[in-house]
Design a protein around this ligand. Structure first.
Ligand code: KG4
Ligand code: ZN
Length: 382
């Protein structure tokens, strides 16, 4: 039985998973305190992890009907993520492992997103994998449970980050994805034709690596430019559209009505948000989402074609998106490809996926030592 912890961003997560991938419990405590800021405030996130982590671990054990005596391995996310947030999980896991003399497994968060699919019923490798989350947008080939080859990734913002920034700009809550997912249903996706220009890194940068946070964590020189993403441009295009159509005052009023004002509801609903949106805003939201998903699809299916891959997995928080699921499914059917998504609960951050990623390491006897520390800029395959 594995007890796993995940605290890389704003969700405090613990799970108990038993041999064979059976999820005994999967507790996720979303902090909810970042809504009013329109994003995660790292110090606030760390403090909340500290306050919540013990209760979340207790809950995970209780729901699994297990005690610490039943646990055989402690697994924890060591990176990438927010350093202060990661440290809370790492220190807690080290404390539990030391107190109980249990082996400790350190997991890369991105392996976790892939491994969400090794849980029952498993989608087995080899497959092509798109990870689209708040921190990462990555295409990789997964050969087996431990071998990943990075094919492409974002040069700047992650897809989920674009969702979060656009939502913030429009006065919606954090994380932005679920708000945009629901509101997009009410707009015209073809109203604003956002264009993604082809990314020619060599031409743009003269062969130099861009000085972005994403580029520092993994080299891009060896990657095919057709499989590189860039989401900072569409964010700017949305900003320009907002200014051109004078949507800012409405967005400010929306933030106040839904989150920061004296009459803001404790938990604003989609209906309440919808009531504050005029057709121009709804069309903008739908068009933004249509463009982002179109770009994710274009590059994923191009990679599948180029590799001759017949199996595709889409995972990470953005994979929870309804339009993404339906459009990827239609296209995969058209091309006669096998497509899989984790369940909704396993798409966004959770600790069961960390346990799933730890399992092959546990079997191979690969354990972390007592010196384990967080690595906020861990890069997949590095
Ligand atoms: O995987 P995840 O929970 O955390 C990271 O590793 O980043 O992904 C969170 C991201 C956020 O940017 C959030 O806005 C996005 O996933 N997200 C969605 C949806 N649900 C969460 N994006 C689009 N549609 C959704 N339904
Ligand atoms: Zn994640």
């Amino acid at each position: 039985m594995i007890l796993a912890l995940e605290t890389s961003c704003d969700d405090t997560c613990a799970a108990v998973v038993s041999q064979g991938g059976e999820i005994r419990s999967n507790v996720i405590s979303s902090q909810g305190v970042h809504d009013r800021y329109g994003g995660v405030v790292p110090e606030v996130a760390s403090r909340h992890h500290l306050e919540l982590v013990n209760a979340v671990v207790d809950d995970a054990l209780r729901q699994a009907d297990a005690g610490l005596d039943d646990v055989e391995v402690v697994a924890v996310t060591r990176g990438p993520g927010l350093v202060g947030a990661l440290l809370v999980g790492v220190q807690t896991a080290k404390g539990l492992a030391a107190a109980r003399r249990l082996p400790l497994a350190a997991v890369d968060h991105l392996h976790g997103h892939v491994a969400a699919n090794f849980l029952a019923p498993p989608f087995d490798p080899p497959f092509l994998c798109l990870i689209a989350s708040g921190g990462h947008t990555l295409l990789c080939r997964v050969e087996d449970e431990a071998r990943y080859e990075v094919l492409g990734r974002t040069l700047d913002d992650a897809a989920g980050e674009a969702y979060d920034k656009v939502a913030k700009l429009l006065g919606l809550g954090y994380p932005g994805g679920p708000w945009i997912d629901s509101l997009a249903l009410h707009g015209n996706p073809h109203a604003v034709p956002f264009a993604f220009s082809q990314i020619k890194t060599k031409v743009h940068l003269g062969g130099k690596v861009p000085r972005t946070k994403a580029a520092k964590t993994a080299p891009i020189a060896a990657l095919d430019p057709h499989f590189l993403f860039s989401f900072s441009g569409i964010k700017t295009a949305v900003l320009r559209y907002v200014e051109l159509h004078n949507l800012r005052p409405e967005a400010e009023a929306r933030r106040e009505a839904l989150f920061t004002g004296p009459d803001a509801p404790a938990r604003p609903t989609i209906e309440q948000a919808l009531a504050t949106c005029d057709p121009t805003t709804l069309d903008l939201i739908a068009s933004f989402q249509y463009a982002v998903i179109g770009d994710l699809m274009k590059k994923t299916f191009a990679a599948a074609e180029s590799l001759g891959a017949t199996r595709i997995l889409v995972t990470g928080g953005v994979a929870a998106n309804r339009e993404l699921r339906s459009r990827f499914t239609t296209e995969a059917n058209r091309r006669d490809l096998d497509l899989a998504f984790p369940t909704l609960a396993l798409s966004t951050d959770n600790a069961a996926m960390i346990a799933a990623a730890a399992w092959p390491r546990f079997q191979a006897g690969e354990f972390a030592d007592t010196e384990l520390t967080a690595n906020p800029s861990l890069a997949l395959g590095a």
